[in-house]
Design a protein around this ligand. Structure first.
Ligand code: GLP
Length: 259
């Protein structure tokens, strides 16, 4: 099948320092993010990149795989840092984020395994694991591009409410609302971990560029608080207002209250 790269150019508005683009639907949002990720990789083939898990980026990953197969992008030099991981799950556990990333993206593109910096979810020393991760990031970083989803409580990666801009990679206890929201991915009846390792808000704010994707009405409240509310640890994503180069990619429903 012939695949044509369709560039979607939509005007962005700036809200409290964040560039915001609202798309008609999920498909055009995903296409626009895909185009930009490809542009960034083609401009810097050894891009230091972080990508999210969850339902929101599914289409983005399909499009990235398709683009790779069409020769529009190569991940062969990309250096990837995992955003977050459940504590207690091994890399080959189908519920782990490492497994997710392999299944939906890495197994289908030419990324080198040695360029994937991931968390050991089975660590018995989360502090040590966090330091190891920080050291690797310091050596390779800063991150060129971090792509984020957003939780309904305003979390990014697993920086739950109570997270501050100075927070680094660490263990975090998941909020009940996050556990409930993510339970849908735990299909085989296995218990869902209540804690995780996450890149810190501080690490994210040090990235050169940040993209945040949201779709569906369930995210509208988190988005409006993030964009228009005060910088507050009760909505961790709101600290992105302090970042100099962040773009939000929203569909009409998640961007419902965006003025
Ligand atoms: C999880 C991940 C986040 C992700 C969020 C939103 O909590 N830790 O990185 O952004 O889910 O997921 P979804 O796209 O499924 O709404």
């Amino acid at each position: 099948m012939f695949f044509k790269k369709i560039s979607i150019n939509v005007e962005s508005v700036s809200i409290n320092g964040i560039k915001v683009v609202v798309f008609d639907d999920y498909d055009s949002l995903s296409r626009a993010v895909c185009d930009r990720v490809i542009d960034r990789i083609n401009a810097k083939p050894d891009l230091v990149l972080s990508l999210p898990t969850g339902g929101t980026p599914f289409e983005l990953y399909c499009l990235l795989i398709e683009s790779y197969k069409q020769g529009l992008v190569s991940f062969s030099q990309v250096r990837f840092f995992q955003l977050d991981e459940y504590l207690g799950l091994s890399k080959d556990d189908p519920n782990s984020y490492y497994y997710y990333l392999n299944r939906y993206l890495f197994d289908h593109v030419d990324i080198r395994r040695e360029n994937i910096f991931s968390f050991n979810g089975l660590t018995d020393d989360p502090d040590k694991e966090s330091i190891l991760y920080e050291n690797q990031l310091t050596r390779m970083g800063p991150l060129d591009l971090v792509v984020l989803g957003i939780g309904t409580n305003g979390h990014v990666a697993f920086n739950e409410p109570g997270s501050y801009p100075f927070c680094r990679t660490r263990q975090i206890r998941l909020e009940e609302s996050t556990i409930q929201a993510n339970l849908r991915f735990f299909s085989n009846g296995s218990p869902m971990p209540h804690s995780a390792l996450t890149m810190g808000l501080g690490n994210i704010l040090e990235a050169k560029e940040v993209f945040l994707l949201a779709n569906g009405s369930g995210k509208a409240e988190a988005i409006i608080k993030t964009l228009h509310g005060p910088n507050t640890e009760s909505v961790p994503a709101s600290f992105l207002q302090r970042h100099p180069n962040t773009t939000f990619f929203l569909d009409r429903e998640s961007g419902l209250f965006v003025s």
